[in-house]
Design a protein around this ligand. Structure first.
Ligand code: PBG
Length: 326
């Protein structure tokens, strides 16, 4: 036998030299759920270990994460039902606690990168990402609302905006509106290939943001499609996106790989709530070992081509790195 691939696996020293992929905490984005009020820290029942927190606790949490080396955060608001309406007006209200909290976070931690979602669902009485008329999601009436929301978020101090609504033409209107407002440094992390997935359940529990009627299949992508992601990627790049995201991650590793090989922009992947919840549940049952299965999962998303991974495991991964657990 002239070739014995096992020689490169003989010891940890040799495996270390031959290792093709390494995942750093720099690649991770930690999602956080913001609730209005004080001293709130409610665990999300379908996503154990994750909480809806008020501003005081969010600031504390970000401080703790920064000490572990996490610098990137995406913040989501849980909005009271009485503040929701058809046109998501609260999303750009100057009194909006989410925007005010973002300003406070950037003031306290100017070196962090704070990311926001741009979509109507947390603020919409219909629970949809776009404007609803007679049961239809009206693309072109949603765009100016999203642009207004984006300007308010940029003004509040967010570093990057993540349009997650899947309306056509949203990246262009956001880029143009941000530039006109002087926010040319505010980046766009576009949810390029966001699928109509069954794996967003715990997230919608956390924000009470499930659609009041119908589903999101007329705007989010069909899980059966892959080539269509290239159309979205081309459009987002042309329209001025700075990074392209695939969502969910694990069931869509082929799409991550495809975009990585066919575009030049950094690729992000959203390791969504349902994907994390499955692993947590298996570990709680003693069926999988968390400290092994979790890093392997994140590594596989990175190996598929994601430069950036949004994951609820960011903090645990950073702790493992700090403790030199691997
Ligand atoms: C809102 C949004 C969703 C997620 C991120 N942004 C839910 C949805 O589209 O219904 C899901 C993230 C997760 O499940 O972790 N547009």
């Amino acid at each position: 036998m002239l070739k014995r691939p096992r020689r490169n696996r003989r010891s940890e020293a040799i495996r270390g030299m031959a290792r093709e992929t390494r995942l750093s905490v720099d690649n991770l984005v930690y999602p956080l759920f913001l609730f209005d009020g004080k001293k709130i820290k409610d665990e999300i029942h379908s996503l154990p270990g994750n909480y809806r927190m008020s501003k005081d606790n969010i600031l504390r949490e970000i401080g703790a994460c920064m000490k572990l080396g996490i610098r990137n955060f995406i913040l989501f608001p849980a909005i009271a039902e009485e503040l929701k309406d058809k046109t998501a007006t609260y999303s750009y209200d100057p009194k909006n606690f989410y925007l005010q909290t973002a300003t406070a976070i950037k003031k306290r931690f100017p070196e962090c990168c704070l990311i926001s979602d741009v979509a109507m669902d947390p603020y919409s009485s219909d629970g949809h990402d776009g404007y609803v008329e007679n049961g239809e999601i009206i693309n072109d009436k949603s765009l100016p609302i999203l642009a207004r929301m984006a300007t308010a978020q940029a003004q509040a101090g967010f570093d990057m905006l993540g349009p997650s609504d899947m309306m056509d033409g949203r990246v262009k209107i956001l880029r143009e509106t941000l530039d006109i407002g002087g926010f040319y440094n505010t980046g766009i992390l576009s949810y390029t290939a966001k699928y109509a997935s069954a794996f967003y359940g715990p997230f919608r529990d956390a924000l009470d943001s499930a659609p009041k009627s119908g589903d999101k299949k007329t705007y989010q992508m069909d899980p059966a499609n892959k080539r269509e992601a290239l159309i979205e990627a081309k459009l987002d790049a042309e329209e001025g996106a700075d990074m392209l995201m695939v969502k969910p991650a694990l069931n869509y590793l082929d799409v991550i790989h495809l975009l990585k090989n066919n575009t030049e922009l950094p690729i992000a992947a959203y390791h969504v709530s349902g994907e994390c919840a499955m692993l947590i549940a298996a570990c709680q049952n003693g069926w999988l070992e968390y400290e092994k299965a979790m890093p392997e999962t994140l590594l596989s998303i990175h190996r598929a081509g994601a430069d950036v991974i949004l994951t609820y495991f960011a903090k645990d991964y950073a702790k493992m790195v700090k403790n030199k657990a691997f």
